[in-house]
Design a protein around this ligand. Structure first.
Ligand code: AMP
Length: 313
């Protein structure tokens, strides 16, 4: 953390990236860190870059910058395990690269790496970074606290997942003492449109449940068209099968333009090795991958079935 602080202090321009298809932790850690640096060092130019995600603009808007800004810049990547998933591939145009992440460090990129798989979220790490270094003059604003709290809430499934630790609660307890409207934040994160509510009904009606506790649902292009939902809007629905009795691991397939996105979740068996087999990765209990055909999707289901059976034994 000291090394990271020293780097931050020594650069005039700092550009912060995060992963493609961002979630609240990606945006929360990225823009939360930007806010902390900007408040603490107002003379520095600090940018948060990447494609805007319409469903998360209530959290923060991205900065749009030219390639020239990367000259002599410090680049920090938040919440992104591998370089191919970094949103805005200009990340390597800077002078120094720092990785801050809580996923398994399969792709050890960056001049400085701070990877803590015991952290519930990268937002938790960023707030911890602030607490550990505030004696050197760092300032955490209400805006930063709101973003970091959103990231923690998002990645812990509202403090539900086993990744939630005593430390998570302690940091969250401090974050709620800042001034921001928590109810409004929850509305932004968890209110769903009527279209999405109907798709939720479709998922409950149509999921398959196999012996061993495996469940899956296939959201084909035609289903998504019927409900007028874009593949990027489904994030909030991936976890819902976890509340159903007997389901141990599940997968939601989402057909996109050229590929099928595979979103894997588990309440016990490790699934990130399976994700890695299909060009993906992630956490032991929450991973993602991509396949190109429905036959390949069926292979994922069969592999997951083997994993569930082995877990049961
Ligand atoms: P998601 O289903 O997109 O919410 O992803 C769950 C977890 O898996 C997140 O921590 C992602 O960072 C990770 N993940 C998702 N897709 C991929 C992928 N294609 N490659 C590596 N990690 C992924």
């Amino acid at each position: 953390m000291k090394k990271i602080l020293e780097s931050i202090k020594s650069y005039d321009t700092i550009i912060i990236h995060r992963h493609v298809r961002p979630d609240p932790d990606a945006i929360g850690s990225q823009v939360g860190l930007k806010e902390i640096i900007q408040q603490s060092f107002p003379e520095k130019k600090v940018f948060a870059v990447g494609a805007d995600e319409p469903s998360l603009t209530f959290l923060a808007q991205m900065d749009h910058i030219s390639d020239e800004q990367y000259q002599n810049a410090l680049v920090i990547i938040c919440d992104t395990a591998n370089t191919s998933r970094i949103c805005d591939q200009r990340y390597n145009l800077g002078k120094q690269l720092i990785k801050i992440d809580h996923h398994p460090n399969v792709d050890a990129y960056g001049d400085i790496q701070w990877v803590d798989t015991s952290a519930s979220s990268t937002s938790e790490m960023i707030y911890d970074f602030y607490l550990q270094t505030k004696e050197y003059g760092l300032i955490c604003s209400d805006a930063a606290a709101r973003l970091l709290y959103a990231g923690i809430v998002g990645d812990t499934g509202r403090f539900l997942y086993p990744s939630t630790t005593k430390k998570t609660f302690l940091l969250a307890a401090e974050l709620v003492t800042y001034r921001f409207d928590r109810s409004k934040l929850y509305d932004g994160m968890y209110n769903i449109s009527d279209k999405l509510a109907k798709l939720k009904g479709y998922i409950y009606q149509n999921f398959n449940l196999w012996d061993g506790g495996l469940a899956f649902v296939k959201l084909t292009k035609s289903v998504l068209e019927e409900f007028r939902i874009k593949p990027t809007e489904i994030g909030q629905l991936v976890s819902i099968l976890g509340d159903i009795e007997g389901i141990v691991a599940w997968v939601v397939f989402i057909e996109e333009e050229e590929q099928i996105r595979v979103r894997l979740r588990s309440k016990g068996p490790t699934i990130n090795e399976l994700a890695a087999k299909y060009n993906g990765g992630g956490h032991p209990l929450a991973s993602g991958a991509t396949v190109t055909t429905w036959e390949e999707a069926d292979e994922v289901i069969n592999d997951l079935q083997d994993i569930c059976q082995a877990f049961k034994k």
